[in-house]
Design a protein around this ligand. Structure first.
Ligand SMILES: Nc1nc2c(ncn2[C@@H]2O[C@H](COP(=O)(O)OP(=O)(O)OP(=O)(O)O)[C@@H](O)[C@H]2O)c(=O)[nH]1
Ligand SMILES: [Mg+2]
Length: 689
């Protein structure tokens, strides 16, 4: 493929609800443009964009797919994103580098779903242009009118129908392109022009279209009022600025599956989609913290953002980048803003889904990939070592569902860790760490399907099978009463014996684990044994007497004891201390403490009642609520919740809010567990002995 100037590049992110036909639409565009020789099908696992093994098997997109095509001398980089919320990391990655979002809805479901809403909000946050595409117009129950009205109800006058179906006898007969003022019939992926059909519905849509064009200039407004028709050039130039500025959202109907009107959408992207250099440029920061605007100029300072990483156990690492300014050429070394290091560039390629084509350079405004830059991660900026710059990174969704992960076969633990670390590089919305207290390895993701894919990739890519379980909760134990206890260790086994005898007062205190003091008078326990007594106690509090959880908040005061001049030893006093601990703690009203977290749940107003009820059911206490700071139009509930009860909160929140809600929990403190919970914890611990 030839090198394109940024003026002739369109970076288009395809986004929307799961299963609405995004990948199929990309496939249709690539096929029509001749970028592929065969029209792939999602169900057959042979599309360009769903190239990952798990995508092929499941028939859903799980990560960003990138492929370029050429249409009327313009290079269109298609960036296909997953619609399932579990793979929302892909949406963030795709949005970061696009200049225009195509929000895909479908005429079959005919609903403005949460996925479309999220895609719209993400595009709005990035300040990029938006198109609405209504695909699946071929489906048996397709209803373009319904979905158009749904979108119109939300986006009202900003909506501009450009390509719409003409319906006769409840069947789509033609597609009308208002921009050209022409109508087409589609058969087997081929179009032929037909006479412009007439209907009231078409007239109403044409009126909307004309109004959008007229609003762009006084001249066109006059023409509109005079009842004159716009030429194609006038229509396009009238709409273009509005689309670039975000004042107009063009609407295109099509069928990705049948290729109906997909050519008109491609024309629309070329004519109305903003080019890679349309906006004033991104803000970059230099090493001194000075900000500057970087115009999309191939002769400017180099700045490129890495927005996707693929780690293949055989091929190695491949990093997808968008060059914001300047150009990347092979055999150079680039500065990484995160590491502060300079690394050599590997091979440069143009990705086409899972396939690649070598290239010698990636220029401003374009997207490509670099191999074998081992330190490069998603979100990093690459720039020239002579002028280090950093761009704004990528805000990825935070993992909210955690599971304990264990190698199925003994001895494969290292393989699990190595595999997960590689997967985390590919997908920064995965978290993986070892909980030191429960000694479990925890993997976190955005939902059950996300975790499912992680397990599947560990097996297929890294050859290791794992089992998942609900993570253990790090309970603690403490005491509530002050007691005094003796610990006497005496053993006579031939030769010289062992003797240690201590009196210790145990009482509750406000401390992380143990405070040790001594009040020994008259040398009843010689000073040199104090450290041994403390050591015995510190070892003992690691396992509480109720369920074996670490103890906290205990003050122990050694106040008396006795010793033997020959038989006493550090070891004997350590033993004596642990005996005093056992005797004393069980009398000191020991209790189980459970971790309490601060929950911040963001959700739509209408779900407040249900979620508050759910939080209460989980023994949570709502502390407050108010407008969400994270997302306009949403509410935020702040509550204190027992962490042990929060395992499936992410699943409930998602289903109640239909995917709109999100939350975070942060450890706050330990609190005494209610008796029934404590009982269960104790019973559970006894099972493990
Ligand atoms: N009838 C009809 N079916 C379609 C059309 N486009 C997609 N489909 C079907 O809808 C299903 C989902 O299509 P995809 O292209 O995978 O949808 P997607 O939006 O990429 O899905 P995710 O990436 O998983 O969010 C598949 O069974 C497709 O065959 C269309 O234009 N017409
Ligand atoms: Mg898809």
């Amino acid at each position: 493929m030839k090198t394109y100037n940024s003026k002739n590049i369109r970076n288009i992110v395809i986004a929307g609800h799961g299963s609405r036909g995004k990948t199929t639409l990309c496939e249709a565009m690539l096929y029509l443009a001749g970028a592929t020789g065969r029209l792939g099908r999602v169900a057959e696992g042979n599309t360009v964009m769903d190239f990952d093994e798990d995508e092929k098997k499941r028939g859903v997109s799980v990560g960003v797919g990138v492929a370029p095509l050429e249409w009327k001398d313009v290079k269109i980089n298609l960036i296909d994103t997953p619609g399932l919320f579990d793979f929302a990391g892909g949406l963030s990655e795709g949005m970061r580098v696009a200049g225009c979002a195509i929000i895909v809805t479908d005429a079959e479901k005919a609903k403005y779903d949460v996925g479309a809403e999220k895609a719209f909000k993400a595009a709005e946050k990035r300040g990029i242009s938006k198109f609405f595409v209504v695909t699946k117009t071929d489906a048996e129950n397709a209803n373009f009118g319904n979905i158009f009205e749904e979108i119109k109800a939300i986006h009202g006058p900003k909506l501009c129908p450009v390509v719409v179906p003409y319906i006769e006898d409840n069947r789509i007969k033609y597609f009308v392109n208002f921009a050209q003022n022409k109508a087409y019939e589609y058969k087997d992926g081929k179009s032929s022009e037909v006479e412009m059909p007439q209907s009231e519905k078409l007239d109403a849509m044409r009126e909307m279209f004309n109004e959008s064009v007229a609003e762009s200039s006084e001249e066109l407004m006059e023409k509109f009022f005079a009842g004159e028709k716009f030429t194609e050039v006038e229509a396009i130039s009238g709409l273009l600025q509005g689309v670039v500025d975000g004042a107009i959202y063009p609407v295109y109907a099509c069928s990705g599956y049948n290729l109906d009107a997909v050519d008109l959408l491609l024309d629309g992207i070329v004519n109305l989609g903003p080019s890679a250099c349309e906006k004033s440029g991104e803000i970059a920061t230099d090493l001194d913290g000075n900000e500057m605007s970087l115009p999309c100029d191939e002769n400017g300072d180099l700045a490129a953002i890495c927005f996707k990483t693929i780690v293949d156990p055989f091929i190695g690492k491949m990093s997808y980048v968008k060059v914001v300014s300047g150009k990347i050429t092979a055999d150079t070394s680039l500065y990484n803003s995160r590491t502060g290091e300079v690394e050599k560039v590997g091979k440069l390629i143009m990705p086409r889904g899972g396939k690649q084509e070598d290239t010698s350079c990636i220029t401003a405004g374009d997207i490509g990939a670099i191999t074998k830059m081992s330190a490069l991660k998603t979100g990093d900026t690459l720039s020239s070592p002579k002028k280090p710059l950093s761009l704004k990174g990528i805000k990825l969704p935070t993992p909210c569902l955690s599971m304990a992960v264990k190698a199925r076969k003994k001895g494969e633990e290292d393989k699990v860790v190595a595999g997960l670390l590689k997967l985390m590089e590919e997908d920064p919305s995965i978290d993986f760490y070892t909980n030191q207290e429960t000694r479990e390895q925890i993997v976190s993701g955005l939902g059950e399907q996300h975790i499912d894919i992680i397990v599947s990739k560990l097996k297929n890519k890294f050859g290791v099978e794992v089992d998942l379980s609900t993570p253990k909760v790090a309970y603690r134990e403490t005491i509530k009463k002050k007691v005094e206890a003796q610990g006497r260790h005496k053993k006579q086994s031939g030769g010289h014996g062992q003797f240690g005898d201590v009196f210790i007062r145990f009482e509750p205190c406000d401390c992380d684990d143990l405070i040790f003091e001594e009040e020994v008078f008259g040398g009843s326990v010689p000073k040199n044994y104090f450290p041994a007594v403390e050591k015995g106690l510190r070892e003992s509090i690691e396992k509480g007497v109720l369920a074996g959880y670490p103890m906290v908040g205990v003050k122990a005061t050694l106040y008396d004891g006795s010793y033997h001049s020959v038989d006493s030893s550090e070891m004997a006093f350590k033993m004596a201390a642990s005996l005093a601990f056992k005797n004393g703690i069980s009398q000191a009203n020991p209790v189980i403490l459970e971790p309490i977290g601060t929950l911040r749940a963001n959700l739509p107003d209408e779900n407040m009642g249900d979620i508050m009820g759910d939080i209460t059911k989980r023994r949570g206490r709502v502390l407050g609520m108010g407008p969400s700071e994270e997302e306009a139009g949403m509410q935020e509930i702040v509550a204190e919740v027992p962490m042990a009860e929060m395992g499936d909160f992410s699943i409930v929140l998602r289903s109640v809010t239909r995917g709109k809600g999100f939350f975070s929990t942060e450890f706050a403190r330990y609190e005494e567990a209610p008796a029934n919970i404590a009982q269960k914890v104790i019973e559970e611990s006894q099972k493990n002995f």
